[in-house]
Design a protein around this ligand. Structure first.
Ligand code: DIR
Ligand code: MN
Ligand code: MN
Ligand code: MN
Length: 295
């Protein structure tokens, strides 16, 4: 799990001068390992994930207090627990836009796989507090997101228990069916109309690259056919950027080890970079510096 204020290294810095984003790399975090991390019921790696997320939460809290937009690069989507928790601890009430093929809202009681990356939202929602038993190293988590401040985009692989929870809490969700029906521009318009009520809350974007179709982002843990096109995926980031309220971004489930070929890895990583650039102001129409002078 890597966290930064913006992508650096082989992709970020040299692609960003167009809007003079200052990039500060906070480096990789060191995480504790647990030899005795036995499953709790079916839930795997609870101690490691709980402990790592506590550190992530503190790191994001510090980045937000420094006045930056936080960028988390992952890695397992369970990092959203710490990322959203730390963000909320620093700025208060948040809007969360969760772009994913999956709802990631199983509780430790409903999960069929035991994977914590299928459960992060269940620990964060105030409305699910009584439904999430405390796992080892999870006791520091205070639910900090209200169901009415959450919007999903791109859903197409939702477990029955997750679907029940979404309906029970009345969570706003644009599945791929709504994307087909409305088109991505009306989905984004409605997302912001819904979230941007009277109080202008900071937006936390949690972007799982498996929201995008596996023909574009195949190097990911749980690809699902029928996803967002490259252009739809990018439009989401461009639209959220122009709200001026994007305050933290997770770009997750990029897993080069899952690419079958070098081309699959390049396509996945390249798309993740383009999505991040969209978040930070790169426009397909082009960009120029405010002080640009014609030679
Ligand atoms: C499934 C798959 N709903 C689970 N979820 C995934 O494991 O809970 N989430 N892959 O990202
Ligand atoms: Mn997913
Ligand atoms: Mn996942
Ligand atoms: Mn996910």
């Amino acid at each position: 799990l890597l966290e930064q204020t913006l992508v650096t290294g082989d992709s970020g810095e040299e692609k960003l001068p167009f809007n003079s984003c200052a990039v500060k790399d906070y480096g990789n975090l060191q995480f504790e390992e647990f030899a005795d991390d036995e499953p709790v019921g079916v839930v795997k790696n609870a101690k490691a994930v709980g402990s790592a997320n506590q550190r992530l939460s503190e790191a994001v809290h510090a980045i937000k207090k420094d006045g930056h937009t936080s960028v988390m690069l992952g890695g397992d989507h369970s990092l959203a627990i710490g990322s959203i928790h730390g963000h909320a601890a620093a700025v208060g009430e948040l809007s969360v836009v969760w772009v994913d093929a999956h709802a990631d809202i199983n509780t430790p009681m409903t999960t069929e796989t035991g994977n914590l990356h299928g459960q992060p939202m269940s620990f964060l929602l105030r409305e699910l507090r009584s439904k999430t038993p405390t796992l080892p190293n999870f006791s520091w988590i205070k639910p900090c997101v209200s169901a009415k401040n959450l919007v999903y985009i791109g859903l197409r692989d939702v477990d029955p228990a997750e679907h029940f929870i979404l309906k029970l809490l009345g969570v706003k969700a644009f599945s791929m069916t709504e994307v087909d029906q409305l088109g991505i521009s009306r989905v984004m318009e409605q997302t912001c109309d819904y979230l941007c009520d009277k109080v202008q809350k900071p937006i936390h974007l949690s972007y799982d690259v498996d929201a995008v179709d596996p023909s574009v982002t195949p190097a990911t843990g749980t690809p699902v056919i029928g996803g967002l096109t490259y252009r739809e995926g990018l439009y989401v980031t461009e639209y959220l950027c122009q709200t001026g309220r994007l305050s933290a971004v997770d770009m997750v489930e990029v897993n080069p080890l899952r690419g079958q070929t070098e081309q699959e890895v390049q396509s996945t990583v390249g798309t993740a970079v383009d999505l991040l650039l969209g978040c930070f102001g790169r426009q397909r129409e082009g960009n120029h510096a405010p002080d640009y002078q014609l030679p």
